[in-house]
Design a protein around this ligand. Sequence first.
Ligand code: SAM
Length: 255
Amino acid sequence: MWDAETYDAVSSIQEAWGRKVVEWRIWRGSETVMDAGCGTGRLTKLLAQKVPAGTVYAVDIDHNMIKVAARNLKDAGNVKFIESDISTASLPTKVDVIFSNAAIHWILDHRKLFENFWQLLDDKGEIMIQCGGHGNLEKIISILDEIRKRDEFKPFFTSWRESWYFAKPQDTSRLLQDIGFKSVNAHLMEDSATFADRNSFALFAKTVVLKPYLALLPDQQKDRFLKLFLDEIETRHKSMCWVMDYVRLNIRAIK
Ligand SMILES: C[S@@+](CC[C@H](N)C(=O)[O-])C[C@H]1O[C@@H](n2cnc3c(N)ncnc32)[C@H](O)[C@@H]1O
C-alpha cells in the first residue's frame, strides 16, 4: 500500500512530467479518457479540465491512492474512480485516450498490460504514456542493492524480486506493433531530479523509490536502511547529493 497522503505532498516532480504528456494532444474537450495508475489524482484533475464535456476514468490498484484521489476531486463531476489493476481492468465504455504517468514500470508484464489497453480503446484511440525507461535510477538502484545485500539485511530480502520493468524503447515499439498499434513512437529522455537537501530527498525516497525495499523490512530496520542509504550518498557518492537519476520512456501510439 502507498502512503498516499505523503505521495500527494511530494509528487510535484511526477506532476510536472505528466503535465507535459497531457500537452502532447490537441484536446477536443469531449473525449473519454482513462488515467491508468492515477495515484492521488493530481494529473486526473488536469485531464478532467481538458475534457469538460467528456469523462475521465481514474483507475488505480491501491486503495489509499484511490481514496485520496476521490477526496481531492470530489468537486469534479466528470471523473469516475475505479480501484483495479490496469492490466485486467474493464471500463463502462470504450475510451478515446489512455493516459498514464509514472505508473506502468511498476507492472512487469507489459504484453498483458498493452493487450488490455487495446481492448479498452475505441477504434483510433490513442495511448499517451510516460514511465521509467531503460537506465532509470541506475545509480540509485546500485547503491540500494549494495545495501540490501549486506549481512544485516540479507535475511529480509530472501523473497526479493525486481519490482520494476524499465523497458527499452525498441522493445516497447516492437511489442506495440505486434499487438496492432500504429504510429508507434517510443523514446527515452534523461530527466534527473535534484532535491534541495537531505531531508526533502529522504522523504521523497522513502515514499516512492525505496517503497519496494522498505516493504520487506520491520519498522526499526526501515529507518536504519534509509539512514545507511543517505549516508552512503553523502560519503561515497557525493555527486548524487541529492539527485534521482531519472530516465523516462515516452510512449505514443494509435489503435
Ligand atoms: C508513482 S505513482 C504515479 C501516480 C500518478 N500517475 C502520478 O503521476 O502522480 C504510481 C501509481 O501506479 C499505481 N499502480 C501500480 N501498479 C498498478 C496496477 N497494476 N494497476 C493500477 N495501478 C497501479 C500505484 O498504485 C500508484 O498509484
